[in-house]
Design a protein. Structure first.
Length: 94
């Protein structure tokens, strides 16, 4: 990520919640998001297919699956992303 994206005024940054592939910005593909996460999840070395499966699960409309992605963008560049999946886990103390 270029340092210039982080130096932009906060007004130039956008944070959005993605609940389906249609919510992705037009300039961003799901593959771009997979690459960003794979590259920036260091020291974890999750393989690309595992990262892609997480995104597919989060954006799935199948019963029992789903979630969302929080995406932070500046100047059409991803500066942060979080993939949240619904696990169905109950009575958990994090």
């Amino acid at each position: 990520m270029p340092a210039t994206a982080l130096r932009e005024p906060a007004a130039a940054r956008e944070i959005s919640t993605i609940v389906s592939y249609d919510d992705l910005p037009l300039w961003l593909t799901a593959d771009d998001l997979v690459e960003f996460l794979h590259h920036n999840m260091k020291p974890f070395e999750d393989p690309l297919p595992a990262v892609q499966n997480g995104i597919e699960y989060a954006l799935s409309e199948k019963p029992g699956e789903g979630g969302f992605i929080v995406l932070a963008v500046a100047s059409r560049q991803i500066i942060g992303a979080v993939v949240v999946v619904k696990t169905g886990l109950r009575e958990c103390v994090p």
